[in-house]
Design a binder for this molecule. Structure first.
Ligand code: SF4
Length: 253
């Protein structure tokens, strides 16, 4: 049985993309190799946190010592289960940072008839491929150059891994969401290039304006820009959505 490092486990509503509003049990895996400047979960980037918080409906917090075993994680998921749960969300940090641990938990969850939903930056196609068979939903990010997720010299490698993860997900029949965080002055040509690369793939393409309360109004794209980016995406893709993060409206974790 594997053990791994988890930042927190909690139940909440999905706050992003086309599944926003769905109740999920979130397992936030610790560690992330990227460094996006807008990161809102930087506390989860530490790969070896001593403690994991189990949050019960935003009220009580139970603090557990890491690393946790797969069985312990499954037990906490069971404790958080409510009748409205849509799926288990494997998030981070970056779940692909701990692929063998994620896979073992996902297999156990499947045995219990849970749907599995992974949120990933898609930074490793090899790791994504190793666990794709156990997921029903995938939300895969495409980072733009100005996100500063990696050094400029490593950007092309990151982008090709993201594209490969998306192709693997679609090929395995996973419901696939592609999410791009957009900022003020996002180059239209960069979004067009991404959409050309995705043309022909059955994905839901989400343009998510960066969240103002985290980054300040000067980096948030205006509505005119969002119309323009959405229109250019529509030249290549069928399912295009502009959806901001919902957490701040709901005041939830
Ligand atoms: S990939 Fe996610 S967790 Fe990692 S730095 Fe970027 S926003 Fe933060």
């Amino acid at each position: 049985m594997k053990k791994g490092y988890i930042a927190e486990i909690f139940s909440s509503f999905q706050g992003e993309g086309p599944y926003a509003g769905r109740r999920q049990i979130f397992i936030r895996f610790a560690g992330c190799p990227l460094s996006c400047f807008y990161c809102d979960t930087s506390y989860a980037r530490d790969p070896r946190p001593k403690l994991c918080n189990i949050l019960f409906l935003g009220k009580e917090t139970s603090i557990k010592r890491n690393p946790l075993s797969t069985n312990e994680v499954i037990d906490y998921v069971r404790e958080l289960l409510t009748p409205d749960v849509h799926s288990i969300c494997y998030t981070g940090g970056e779940p692909l940072f701990s692929p063998a641990f994620v896979k073992e938990i996902a297999i156990e969850a499947k045995k219990m008839q849970f749907k599995n939903f992974i949120e990933t930056s898609g930074n490793s196609a090899i790791d994504f491929k190793s666990l794709a068979d156990y997921f029903d939903f995938a939300s895969i990010d495409i980072k733009l150059r100005n996100h500063r997720a990696v050094k400029e010299k490593d950007y092309d490698k990151l982008y090709s891994n993201e594209l490969e993860c998306i192709r693997i997900a679609v090929g395995r029949g996973i419901e696939t969401v592609v999410k791009v965080i957009v900022l003020k002055n996002t180059p239209v040509g960069e979004i067009e290039g991404i959409c050309k690369d995705l043309a022909g793939l059955d994905v839901k393409f989400v343009l998510q304006p960066v969240t103002e309360h985290l980054q300040g109004a000067d980096v948030v794209p205006g509505i005119k820009e969002l119309f323009e980016l959405s229109e250019v995406a529509g030249l290549y893709l069928h399912h295009i959505m502009v959806i901001p993060q919902l957490h701040k409206f709901l005041g939830i974790h």
